[in-house]
Write a protein that binds this ligand. Sequence first.
Ligand code: SAM
Length: 264
Amino acid sequence: MTERGADIHRVFHDVERAASAGPAVEFLRAVEAAPSVLAYRTRLEEHLAPVAGETVLDVGCGAGHHAAAIAAARAAADAPGPVVGMDRPRMLEEAADRYGDAVRWLPGAAEAMPLEDDSVDAVYAERVLMYVDDAVDVVAEMARVRRPGGRVALFELDYASMVLGGDPKTADEVLGVVCGTVACDRMGRALGRLLTDAGVLVVEQAPFAMPIPPPVWASAVRAPVEEAVADGRLDAGRVAAWFDAVEAPGAYPGSVTGVLACGR
Ligand SMILES: C[S@@+](CC[C@H](N)C(=O)[O-])C[C@H]1O[C@@H](n2cnc3c(N)ncnc32)[C@H](O)[C@@H]1O
C-alpha cells in the first residue's frame, strides 16, 4: 500500500490493517483547528453540556484532540467527570502519546462497544459513521450505552453535497470518484433518520458549510483523482485542465456540507 493521500480514507476505515497510521494522524491534526471544525464542535459541546460527575464518550475519537479538549474544558469549568475516547488500539496509541491520561482511552469497535448499557450520560461521534460498514449498528450501540434521556450528537460530512468549480462534466466525474472513497457519501443527510430509528429523539439538525482547506483538498480530492487517472478511470488531459482551472487564483476553492444532528 502506498501512503498517498487517498489512503487516509482506507486508514480511517481500518487503521489496524494500514501500513502506518501516521498520515491519517497528521491529517486529523492539520484540520483540528480549522474554523469550520471549531464552529460545529462548539455547537456539539453546547448540546452535550456535561455536569460534574457525568461521563462523556467520544466514539471513534481518532488522534484524541476533541476528547482532550472536552476534558480540559470540564476541568476549567469546575465540572469534572470521566471523558472516554474509544477507537481502534493503534489510533489510541497516538492519542495517549499526545494527551496522556486526561482521557480514558478505550480500545474497541464502535459496532460492539466494551461498555455497559446505560453507562454514559453524553455520547458523540464525529466523522466516523461515513467510514463504517453499518452505521445502524453503531448508532444502536450509542443508544444502548447512553442512559435514558442522555445526550447524543453526530457530525458527518455529506460528500455527495460537495461543490466544485470548473467545467461541470469533469466536476461531476471528479465528484463521483471522491464519493467512492467513503463507505457512505450521503451520511450527513442520514443522521436524523438513524437517530430516530435507534429510539433517540432528534432535537436539532444543523448543516454547516465546510470549506475544503489545502490538506483536505490534497487527500480527499487530488489524491483519489490522481489514482483514478493512473488506473484509466479518468482522462489525464481533461483532469489536468480541470485542476488548472479550479486551483487558479480566484477560483472557487470547493466546499462540502457537514451535518450536526443532536438528540436525547
Ligand atoms: C476521520 S477520523 C475522525 C476522528 C475524530 N472523531 C475527529 O473528528 O477528529 C475517523 C475515526 O473513526 C475510527 N473508526 C472507524 N471505524 C471504526 C470502528 N468500526 N470502530 C471504532 N473506531 C472506528 C477511525 O479509526 C478514525 O480514528
